[in-house]
Design a protein. Sequence first.
Length: 350
Amino acid sequence: MDPTFLPDDFVPCGFEIVIDNQDAEMGKAWNLWFNVTLSDHPEKWDSEIEAINKMEARLKPRSRNQRFIRAQIAEFCRFHPSFPHSVEVLCEAITTGSLSMSISAGCEGRGLLQSFGYHDEESVAIEVTAYIMQLANALRKWQQQQIPRTTIDRKCFGFLGVPTPVKRRFIEKLLPALESAGNSILPLRELCRALCLQFQGSIRKQCRPFNCLDCLPANETSPMCKCTSAMLPDAALLYSGLEDDGDTLCREFNRFIQENSLAYAIAINAWLENEPCQVPEAFDSGKYVSGDDAIQISDRIRKLLGARDDAKEWLAACLLKTVKSNQQWHKTEQLIYDYPESTTYLRKNQ
C-alpha cells in the first residue's frame, strides 16, 4: 500500500503521522517543529509554538494539501541554497493550497515528504543544476559589472566585492567547473578546496559554508546533500572576495542570511497584522537587502498570500515562527532579535 496520513483527529498538534509506510511497520511520527526546536517534547516548546498549535487544533481535520504544505515548512532551513526564494515558494503554496513547486526548502524535515516520493534523486538533480546555472549567470554579471537584480546576484556581488585581476582569474576557472557540475561535482570541489586550503583548521569547523568542505567523499561524483553544491562555491567566493580572516568570512555569510531573514519576517508579519510594511533602520546600511528591497519583498509576499482565511493564517504563522527561530539553538546574536517589531504577530497571538 502507498503511504498515507493518519486521520487528522488522531494526530497531536505540531506532529505528523504517516501510516502504510514501507520504512515503518506500525507507522511513523514526525515533530514538525524540529527545525525550530530540537526537542520532541511539547512541554519544552515555547508559548509562540503553543499558540500556533492551538490555531491548528481549531482547523482539524485539515486537508491533505494543508498537511503537505505544513510538512514542507518543517523542512525549511535558512542556510539552504534555496533560501530566501524558498520563502516565496512556500507563500505561493499557502495561497494555492498545493505544493506548486517540488522545491526542497531544507534538510530539516527528517524524511517526511520523501516518504511520499518527493525530493527523489532525479528532482533534486534538476534543482541543483538549475541553482548552479543561476549562480553561473550571476558570476557572468559580476564579470561584466552589470546591475545585480536577483538574490543570487546580490550574494555573488557582495561576497566577491570589487573586481581585481586575481578575482577575475578565479571566476574564469570557476565557471567551467560550475557548468560541468551536473556530470560531476569533483572539479568544483577540488577548485574550491584548493582556494580554501589555508582554512583546513578551525574555520572549516566553525561555521557555514566552510564546515561543508568535507561533506563529499573523495571519490564521489555527486554531493551527499544539495547544500554542498552551493556551499563549495560560496566558500570560495567569500575567500576570493574578502581575503580576510576566518571570523570575518563567517560573519559575511551570516550577514546575507540574517538580512534576508529579517526582511522576510517583516513581510510575513505585515500580512498577518494586515498593516503596511515598516522598514527598520537596519536596511539603511543593508548590503544584501536595502530599504527599497525590503518594501519590494513585502509587496511580493502580500500579493502571494492574497486574501486571508483561517488556514492561510495558521500556515503563515507557522512560516513566520520558522523564519524567526530556525537554527537559533546556538544562541548566537541575531539581527532579527534586535527588531522585535518584525514578529509582533507571534506575541499578540499568544
